[in-house]
Design a protein around this ligand. Structure first.
Ligand SMILES: C=C(O[C@@H]1C=C(C(=O)O)C=C[C@H]1O)C(=O)O
Length: 357
C-alpha cells in the first residue's frame, strides 16, 4: 500500500474513533446526571480498574498494555471532566514526581494546583479548593514520608486511590564538560539515591552538592546558572529547558514511590483486589499483649497485613504510639467488618481502594 493509502485508512479509522468517543461521552453525561441527582461521587477508580482489566484481557496487540492504559486513563479523565471539572492539588512544584503521579491518574486535561507543602495539599482538599489531593507516602528505598502519615491522622480525609511510579533521575546541565560544573543542585534524598553516579563522575572534581527543597527547584536553578547542574526528573529538566546529559542515573532501578489520592467523604465499592488503610489508637498500647492481640485479630481471620508504622502519640513526656496499618481487602468484607465493629472507638478507617501492586 502507498503512504497515501495507509493514511486514508488511518483517517477513516480516526473518524470512527471520534464518533465512538462522542457516543461514549453521551453515556458518560447521562451517568453524570444520574450521579448528580443522587449526589454521588464522580470518580470511581474501581470501575475504571474494571474497564482497564477487561480491555487488557481483550487486547490482542500490537498496542501494549501500558499504552492501552495511558489512552484509557485520558478518556476517563476527559469523561470525568465533562461530568464535573475536577481540581487536583499536588505536592509541587510543577514537574515534581507527585505531579507525574497525579497526571498518571487524572490525565492531562484535569486542572492541577501545585502546593508548596504536604499540609497545604491536605488543606486544599479539606476546604474544597480541590476535589482531590496527591501526596507521596513512601519510597521503597527510603521508607515512609512521616508528614503524610501524621496528617492522615490529624485530618479527616479519605484515601480514594493509590498510585505508584518508578523514580528515575536525570542529570541536566547547560555545560558540556563535567569539570566546569561548580555546583550540583538537588534534593538530599536524590543525592543519596544517585551516589554511585556522583562518585564515579565527580571523583577528583570540585563540584559542590547543594541540597534544595525540590528537584524541580534544582532544575530551575540550573536553568539560571550556566556552570551548575541539577539532578531532577526528566520532565522538570524539559520544563525548565535544561539539556539532559544523562538519564536514569539512580543507583537502583527498582526505586519506586507510592502516592495517595485523597478526597473528602470518599467511598469505593469493592473491586476484588483492594487494600484498606486504618489508624489504630489502642488503649494502653504499652501494656503487654495489647498490640499483639490486635494484630492477631487480623491473622485469625486470614487478613494479610501489609504495613504497620508506629508514630508518636505526643501525649506528655511519654513514649507512646499510634499505628497506621494497611491490609488486603475492603472494609465491606465481613472479616474486616468484624474487626472494625470491635474497634469503633479506637480504630479509624481511612479508606479501601484498588491495590496497585
Ligand atoms: C462514567 C463514570 O464516571 C467516571 C468515568 C468513567 C469512564 O469514563 O468510564 C468511569 C468511572 C468514573 O470514574 C462511571 O462511574 O461509570
Amino acid at each position: 500500500m502507498t503512504l497515501q493509502n495507509l493514511r486514508d485508512q488511518i483517517d477513516s479509522l480516526d473518524d470512527q474513533l471520534l464518533q465512538l468517543l462522542n457516543q461514549r461521552m453521551n453515556f458518560v453525561r447521562q451517568v453524570g446526571e444520574l450521579k448528580r441527582s443522587t449526589n454521588s461521587i464522580i470518580y470511581r477508580p474501581e470501575r475504571e480498574r474494571q474497564i482497564l482489566d477487561r480491555m487488557n484481557a481483550l487486547n490482542g496487540g500490537p498496542l501494549s498494555e501500558s499504552a492501552l492504559e495511558a489512552i484509557f486513563l485520558e478518556i476517563f479523565a476527559a469523561a470525568r471532566n465533562m461530568e464535573l471539572p475536577e481540581r487536583v492539588a499536588f505536592l509541587g512544584p510543577e514537574g515534581s514526581f507527585t505531579h507525574q503521579a497525579a497526571e498518571s491518574r487524572f490525565g492531562a486535561v484535569s486542572a492541577y494546583m501545585a502546593q508548596p507543602t504536604i499540609r497545604s495539599v491536605f488543606e486544599s482538599v479539606e476546604t474544597g479548593r480541590a476535589r482531590f489531593g496527591v501526596v507521596p507516602i513512601e519510597n521503597n528505598q527510603e521508607g515512609v514520608v512521616n508528614e503524610t502519615i501524621d496528617l492522615l491522622n490529624e485530618k479527616n480525609l479519605m484515601i480514594a486511590a493509590e498510585a505508584e511510579i518508578a523514580v528515575h533521575f536525570t542529570f541536566a546541565t547547560q555545560t558540556d564538560n563535567l569539570a566546569d560544573i561548580t555546583h550540583i543542585y538537588s534534593k538530599d534524598i536524590a543525592f543519596r539515591q544517585c551516589s554511585k553516579f556522583l562518585n564515579d563522575s565527580f571523583d577528583g572534581l570540585q563540584a559542590e552538592m547543594v541540597p534544595v527543597e525540590s528537584t524541580s527547584k534544582a532544575a530551575k536553578m540550573a536553568a539560571q546558572q550556566p556552570r551548575t547542574a541539577a539532578i531532577c526528573s526528566h520532565i522538570a529538566a524539559k520544563l525548565f529547558g535544561v539539556p539532559v546529559l544523562f538519564d536514569n542515573i539512580e543507583d537502583s532501578n527498582l526505586n519506586r514511590t507510592r502516592f495517595l489520592l485523597l478526597a473528602k467523604d470518599f467511598r469505593n465499592e469493592p473491586s476484588g483486589r483492594d487494600k484498606t488503610t486504618l489508624i489504630a489508637r489502642l488503649q494502653n498500647s504499652n501494656s503487654p499483649g495489647v498490640l499483639a492481640e490486635f494484630l492477631q485479630e487480623f491473622n485469625a481471620r486470614g487478613i494479610n497485613l501489609t504495613k504497620i508504622e508506629s508514630r508518636p502519640l505526643r501525649e506528655g513526656a511519654t513514649f507512646r504510639y499510634w499505628f497506621l496499618l494497611e491490609c488486603e481487602g475492603h472494609a465491606d468484607d465481613p472479616a474486616l467488618q468484624e474487626i472494625l465493629n470491635h474497634h469503633t472507638a479506637d480504630v479509624k478507617w481511612l479508606g479501601s481502594y484498588v491495590r496497585v501492586s
